[in-house]
Design a protein around this ligand. Structure first.
Ligand SMILES: *[C@@H]1O[C@H](CO)[C@@H](O)[C@H](O)[C@H]1NC(C)=O
Ligand SMILES: *[C@@H]1O[C@H](CO)[C@@H](O)[C@H](O)[C@H]1NC(C)=O
Length: 201
């Protein structure tokens, strides 16, 4: 069985925040939220609202619940929120790989299920690497590349779901996992578009 090891991007994120990598740019948001948790809750709130308006597939409730529980969100701006959603997506993808590995150990699986799960294991394993690359590209200011790779992550989750849809009447055992990875990557793509409206969607 392959092992997927996610590098510790948390530490990277922390270092970047502490060393002032993220400029306190974009007017409101940045500097004020360093001192004021209410202000950062406002940024989360406004960002999730805008993303819902821009793409109705994104859930406002999921977005605000996911972003606001992360302590780092209390000292951040739009750039920071983008990294946080990618980081959450990375955690999601990593735990989904473990979930699939566990599912594959069940004795009662039929051949269709085994084959579909194995395909999904590869897809989700690939998203871990792609997400690490997306975070790297974003950190280097390559927003277009980052957004493109994140769309690839959303596509991978969808492709996995499609494997289960091929057999009618059988619900995907990874529906929830698809949902959160799709949402978290979608939020990151949306924030990149807010930061850089010229990037094609
Ligand atoms: C995925 O992320 C969401 C939101 O942060 C969280 O509620 C959920 O538990 C995560 N799922 C997994 C499998 O990590
Ligand atoms: C995967 O999740 C997204 C929402 O995050 C949803 O829009 C999409 O329909 C789901 N895909 C499938 C095939 O269920």
């Amino acid at each position: 069985m392959q092992q997927y090891v996610a590098p510790s991007t948390s530490l990277f994120l922390l270092l970047c925040c502490c060393s002032g990598f993220f400029p306190a740019s974009l007017g409101q948001g940045g500097a004020t939220s360093l001192m004021n948790p209410a202000a950062s809750r406002d940024i989360v709130d406004q960002t999730c609202k805008k993303c819902y308006e821009l793409s109705q597939t994104l859930s406002y409730a999921f977005c605000s619940a996911s972003l606001v529980t992360i302590p780092v969100a209390h000292v951040t701006n739009l750039e920071g929120l983008a990294v946080i959603s990618m980081e959450l997506a990375l955690q999601n993808a990593t735990s989904t790989v473990s979930t699939i590995t566990e599912l594959l150990e069940e004795k009662s699986l039929d051949p269709f299920m085994t084959l579909s799960l194995k395909g999904c294991l590869q897809l989700y394993g690939g998203t871990i690497l792609t997400l690490v690359d997306s975070i790297g590209a974003f950190m280097m200011g390559q927003y277009g590349t980052s957004a493109m790779w994140l769309s690839g992550v959303m596509e991978a989750a969808t492709t996995c779901e499609d494997r289960f849809q091929e057999r009618e009447g059988k619900a995907s055992p990874l529906a929830r996992e698809n949902w959160s990875l799709f949402q978290l990557s979608g939020i990151a793509v949306c924030i990149i578009h807010l930061l850089s409206p010229a990037i094609p969607s």
